[in-house]
Design a protein around this ligand. Sequence first.
Ligand code: PLP
Length: 385
Amino acid sequence: MQRLGTESAFEVLAQAKRLEAQGRSVVHLEIGEPDFATPPHIVAAAEAAIEDGYTHYTPAGGIPAVREGVAAHYARRLGMDVEPGEVILTPGSKNILMFALMSLVEEGEEVILPDPGYPIYASLTSFLGAVPRTLPLREANEFRLDPEELASLITSKTRLIILNTPHNPTGGILTEDNLKDVARLAVEHDLWVLADEIYSQIAYGDAVPSIASLPGMKERTIVMDGLSKAYAMCGWRLGIGVAPAELVRQMETLMINSSSCATAFIQVATLTALDSPESEGSVARMREEYQRRRDVVVEGLNQIPGVHCHTPGGAFYVFPNVSATGIPERELASALLAEAGVATLAGTAFGEMGKGFLRLSYANSIPQLQEGLSRIARYLEARAA
Ligand code: PLP
């Protein structure tokens, strides 16, 4: 248990809620959760599924008809063949990560993961007795990976590379050339790739293909996705994995030994979320709103002395560089919460490369974002005076 880490977003959220319970006002820029309501047609589909009796156990990998629909959806989205047996539904995408690591990685083997990066990658890798090897993502490179640096980390013990695009915490996006470089290295060294694509529908530029669709990659890639972010369904807990059938069978065994199955009526609503015309509209409207918010936040941050912020291409996070304020990021994040009433995360909650950065989630309304920005600006101004 001592090797397990945590996600400080949940801890800071709890701290912020405690302050609010004492009557303090807090602007929430910490948690990576859409502030939109789940689109009503998806809620209606889940209600109808309950009425229709989808309230029992299902097969561990998912209801066969749902797996078929999900496979057809991902075949279209990823641009490759996907069979129902290559799809698994779990209670949240974190399970896909955990099951893939448990299935593929032995003690002492190495997993290459992004730094900064989603903290659960390193936490679960260490928990299983494997070794996280961190791949730096640098601001100067728009938080993209450097293929030569990736190549230099590969050893005879490397088993898996974890990619995340669009990226938490920086909002960075890997280019098609980046993905081709990773694919070439993965094939050459016979490695697995876990592609965390949970933010793939929250990207503001041209579509970038999934690494799974590149030549030689389908048989060595686990696509990790879910409904949480694109459909504003974090609390429903529905993760989707697309992976080779043999690995999916192992994940099903892990499901039998843990949750048994994803919630039956939510599986049924998954088909509505993925494949109804209303969903396309809802996802596009939320994406447009996130883009407006991104522009407000990036512009606002860049006007604050001592802060500069790269414009991210996706997800709903910004990763401003605050090193010129002279205040260490952990101290600044704590002070902003305690003294200015703004909840943010220290960049180092995502790895050593987060030194000198904060992470802000802009999954909040524009008035709240503006209030948060002016509180940060006022705090820094007063502190500099
Ligand atoms: N992957 C990344 C990069 C995330 O940021 C998150 C949630 O914050 C997840 C996975 C987990 O999502 P889920 O709600 O599907 O477990």
